[in-house]
Ligand binder design. Structure first.
Ligand SMILES: *Cc1c(COP(=O)(O)O)cnc(C)c1O
Length: 373
């Protein structure tokens, strides 16, 4: 049996009937835009996450963008985030004319380092070129960032905090779910994410009534009373009813899939933790990762990746180039800055197959292949 990196076909076999039934219902009622499935999904996801409001939208990137738009982020503003993430986390900042300020990561969790954040905010304030406005911590690979420390630092400087929970839907941080850990959270339903649809999709989560209202307005061209009454700049950022129908079917099995991944990850870490050169993912006490990726550090990554590939085991590198090294941000003044931890990690990180349908035998086979020299 071929090992998949992320087995969406196995998942589809479980939900196919339910998904088809729900898609047929959409075809029958014909409310393709903001149909009843969208509202049903928003209610279910808000209850699961434990917040007042869920505002679904067209993608994780739109979610991040809409969140910053709702705060009026723009030219002259500094928004702090990690350089070790997917481009979207920082892209949305620059799209609005604001300046992404990168902050190095923690070497164990690969998430934004709160101590470095405090230093960076202080430096930007002292320099006086940009006004510190917001922080976007990323829950990388599904593991929540250090929110207690981040919220305290942000609170001290009056900064808005938006969780980039694109990879962490379902994760747990000290008794609370990811997407409920900051002022606002953005997640993605891209097919490969922990909760994915069959296309693009995303959502925002908050307890702030006024903010949720603003986001619903931004989602439909800054609508006021209706979409022909435009009170602010917005986007066309709605989630399709079809995708909401798919998500409702997938959400039914989400808790079971989440548990299955905890077991796969524990099994991997038990086997790989014994290998001298391999560093297995660190999950701090009181946290559960959503395991968007299971990523190890290997000092001889290229050789390891070749060996895995020879045995038919797929692997991937997230992320080979930290964002401060990306050509698109060359003008941001970061090209001369170094983020030593992000750079070191990007040279050793390797993501292994991770999904709820990996068998014990497959996990053992992957671990043995990694141990073989
Ligand atoms: C996937 C991802 C996004 C963007 O989500 P899309 O739905 O693809 O737009 C943003 N941030 C992170 C960390 C991601 O992994």
């Amino acid at each position: 049996m071929k090992i998949q990196f992320n087995d969406l076909a196995a998942q589809q076999r479980r939900i196919r009937e339910d998904a088809e039934r729900r898609i047929r219902a959409v075809l029958d009622h014909g409310k393709y835009i903001l149909g009843p499935e969208v509202e049903e999904l928003e209610e279910k996801l808000a209850a699961y996450v434990g917040v007042q409001h869920c505002v679904t939208c067209a993608s994780g990137t739109d979610a991040l963008l809409m969140g910053l738009m709702a705060q009026g982020i723009g030219p002259g503003d500094a928004v702090f985030t990690t350089p070790f993430t997917f481009i979207a986390s920082a892209e949305v900042i620059a799209l609005l004319g604001a300046t992404p300020v990168f902050v190095d990561i923690d070497p164990h969790t690969f998430n934004l380092n709160p101590t470095e954040l405090a230093t960076a905010v202080g430096r930007v304030k002292e320099e006086g070129r940009f006004v510190p406005r917001a922080v976007i911590p990323v829950d990388l690979f599904g593991l929540p960032a250090e929110y207690d420390a981040i919220m305290e630092i942000a609170g001290g400087h009056g900064l808005f905090v938006m969780e980039d929970a694109a990879q962490s839907f379902g994760a747990v941080y000290r008794g609370r779910r990811a997407c409920s850990l900051a002022d606002l959270a953005a997640t993605s339903f891209f097919p490969a994410k922990p909760l994915g649809c069959y296309g693009d999709g995303g959502a925002l989560f908050t307890n702030d009534d006024a903010l949720a209202e603003t986001l619903r307005s931004i989602r439909v061209h800054g609508k006021g009373r209706d979409k022909y009454d435009n009170v602010r700049l917005g986007v066309n950022g709605r989630l399709d009813t079809m995708q909401a129908a798919v998500l409702l079917a997938k959400f039914e099995i989400f808790p079971a899939e989440f548990l299955a991944k905890q077991n796969v990850a524990a099994h991997f870490s038990e086997l790989l933790g014994k290998l001298p050169e391999i560093v297995v993912p660190y999950v701090p006490p009181g946290m559960n990762s959503a395991w968007a990726q299971y990523s190890i550090l290997s000092p001889r990554r290229a050789e390891l990746q070749r060996r895995l590939s020879q045995k038919g085991i797929p692997s991937a590198i997230y992320y080979p180039t930290p964002l401060h090294r990306q050509p698109v941000f060359a003008g941001c003044g970061h090209s001369t800055e170094i983020f030593p931890v992000a750079e070191a990690v990007s040279e050793k990180i390797l993501s292994l197959p991770m999904h709820p349908y990996l068998s014990d035998e497959q996990v053992c086979f992957i671990a043995e292949t990694i141990g073989d020299k």
